[in-house]
Design a protein around this ligand. Sequence first.
Ligand code: ADP
Ligand code: MG
Length: 709
Amino acid sequence: MTRSTPAQFLPGVGPSRALRLEKLGLRTAGDLLFCFPRNYEFPAPPERIDRIREGQPVSLVGTIVDAELVSRSPGKSVFGAVVQNDTGAVRILFFNQPFRAEQLTFDRQVMISGEPKLNGLRFEFVHPKVTFLDEEDEIESPKILPIYPLTDGVKQNEMRRIISAVVEQLAPDLTEVLPVELRDRATELVRDVGIDLRQPLPDIETAMKHIHWPPDKDQLRAARSRLAFQELLVMQLAMAIRRRRLTTNLQSSSMPSDPLLDARITNRFPFELTGDQVAAIKEISRDMARQFPMNRLLQGDVGSGKTVVAIYAMMLAVGHGNQAVLMAPTEVLARQHYQTLSRILDCSRVRVGLLCGSLGAAEKREVLRHTASGEIDLLVGTQALLHGLEFKSLGLCVIDEQHKFGVGQRVRLRGGGIDPHYLVMSATPIPRSVAMTIFGDTDLTTIKEKPPGRGVVKTYLGRDEWRRRWWEFVRGQLKEGRQAFVVAPRVSASQDTTASSDEASEDVSSVETIFDQLRDDVFAGYNVGLLHGRLSAEEKTQIMQQFSEGEIDVLVSTTVIEVGIDVPNATVMTIMGAERFGLAQLHQLRGRVSRGNHTGHVCVFTDGNQSPEENERLKVFESTNDGFELAEADFKMRGPGEIFSSKQSGMPSMMIADVIEDLDLLQAARTMAQEMVDEDPELESESLADLKKQLMRRYERQLDLSDVA
Ligand code: ADP
Ligand code: MG
């Protein structure tokens, strides 16, 4: 037998069972070897007699204190005995098994398992399973049994037999990729992160045997830790190698900050920076002072003020005579950034350019020309337009509101023969484990603190019967001079709830209907605007402009407004069809009304039969305002798979490790990977050859590890 032996030729399989196994994706002996139990059956620990309950199967340990065989007539006997320990006594009964009288004699130690029935004052077990605890060779403590995934027509017992034969044969031939020194170091690191290992991480053969047939819980934990650790280590090594190559092999220009430059930049900001902003700027300046590219993710809740941090970095680049580019996912947002930059840089020598879809061909050409010649210092644009753009000397590339995650998926721009520094900003907080996985080659800065004077946002779950009252409340806010958003979902089938730049799939009719109703009824007498992705870019811009200047009181919109829009006077938001939005998206939307220093109000209504209180997601949304908490809750509810599907995001699929549950192991693996790569950057040592082979097999293509050096 080898790993490639087809399943049908394995002991106990045959052609018809092989077809059934194939439904589980199990075609070869190797597939079966790596078909790990999805769970285990653990033997129940002995119970206290005073705790047992009628009808609930238990095991208990005790001594035989009283035994009697009664023969009623030939061939008809009853054997009864009492089993006692210091928590009580029970009776056991066997019919027509006279031989029991010879086994179950006075003073013997036994464990019995079965279903208790109450008879008078005492529990009785009829034909329990008996294990003799005082007979040396019979003390086989009950085994932990593997539970495998099954398919029609293959029973658990058959599966156990088939896989057990495969493990027996193949486990000894597995390649050990972790030499013993590495296993020992791994054991230390795994213990350091708080995993209770009673023995060192085992070699691969033992680990494989024990994951299928664990002798006990401790050895199961050790085996599982070893296999999961290996999987995570291989991933983290690939990340570490890539990260190293992305930094040391590439040339960027060094753009350190200094007190004068720092003062010149910060003087232009209309407010004091928050502590977290200052800290983020410090990290970024340190990165940008180096001669290899920064690769940093800046994450912070909506409204935490990431933009100024990015502007600081861009001005640093310009201050050093380089260009910087800021990419936004939508035109509305690109224009807003352009305005912010133009305002801050008013009366300076820095030239800001804007590149987006709605520009005329001639204008576009001019921007391209000025970018290539270096006459534009700071370019703002939508992502789609920036591919293949030519720069004179591009020093920094900022990507705002990055929703498409994943290593190797980021746009790479080059200009003037140098590699720019990269700063990616995201308002979708991601748990640490995910950050370490999909952003394994990226440094992470998190802004937690919000700028001072931020209004709080109150969130309400709107019942249908409240609608009138809610609209009345909104009108009240308008009377006080505030502005309001009304958001309706896109409802086409291709809708996804996390991305937002895809405006083509909006259901325009639903917002249009809502718009018509509200304008003529609830908000008659107010200026109501309509915004959706099918409008031309000029129309969109015009409406946004009118809204931010206060000419429009109520903006009815699809999620175009989700990303980044900043209108501090807008304080009320109504979300219709809220059940169709993902948590991250709802939170993004809510972020739009917490910008000024007025209290924000968000009310969510649902379209379906389900009221908002019945919707788990909406309940969580109401319960917390903390984006990081929401992200964690979202992960727990939906699993990372749905949010970061591996295809779309580059989240590697794991065979045994679980990047959310195994955060501790992941941390240990990351530490070890870093140590190993520091010592041997390309893992060229002889003893690591097999590990390196495994790594390349798994990640060479995905992480683009082959094309560099
Ligand atoms: P986000 O992190 O969601 O991109 P922005 O960068 O758009 O947030 O900032 C949100 C708002 O907070 C903007 O109006 C910005 O001018 C303001 N802001 C940012 N930093 C500060 C600060 N330190 N003090 C006061 N207001 C700030
Ligand atoms: Mg932003």
